[in-house]
Design a protein around this ligand. Sequence first.
Ligand code: SF4
Length: 192
Amino acid sequence: MDIRINSYIPITDVEGVGTRFAIWVQGCSIHCKGCANSHMWNFDGGTAYKVIDFIELIKSYKDKIEGITWLGGEPTEQIKAVIEISKAVQELGLSVILFTGNEFKYLENNADFQEVIKYVDILIDGRYEQDKTDYSRAWVGSSNQNYYFLTDRYNESVITEYKNKIEVRINPDNKIIMTGMGDFSKLSELAR
Ligand code: SF4
């Protein structure tokens, strides 16, 4: 089985609890107005990885991370691969955070969704709604989004413990990559 991924950052401190391996899957049919990641909508974009190889890649960072975070794109639109990788990550003793633009109640009756949430510690649901933009809560950009704590590993305290932050990276090809959550507009101007 393959998974199409737009990009990943093996070590980041701005995509959930602690230091995490963040994965932006490729492909999203939700198309929120004002989405910052519209280049991740196309299901033919990104790069295809064998799930088994991607698990090995995550394993190689095992001692440096607390867990993985699924972002996108829309992770539930490649749910079989997300299940397999998330399961392997939990077996390593690491945690899983999953962002979905769908609503939990919309996915609830889906068998694959029931399977994936067995391996997810925190699920954050809801599309980005431009008119509800709000960066005051950890890792989310609009006030309609909800946190679901699905295991005992974390609880609501992390929402106030963690503040939104933006990481800026300069790749070897001088491309500037900004990740995290917050108002990117001023930083984008500076990066021009
Ligand atoms: S669900 Fe996420 S990636 Fe998809 S359109 Fe909405 S904000 Fe963008």
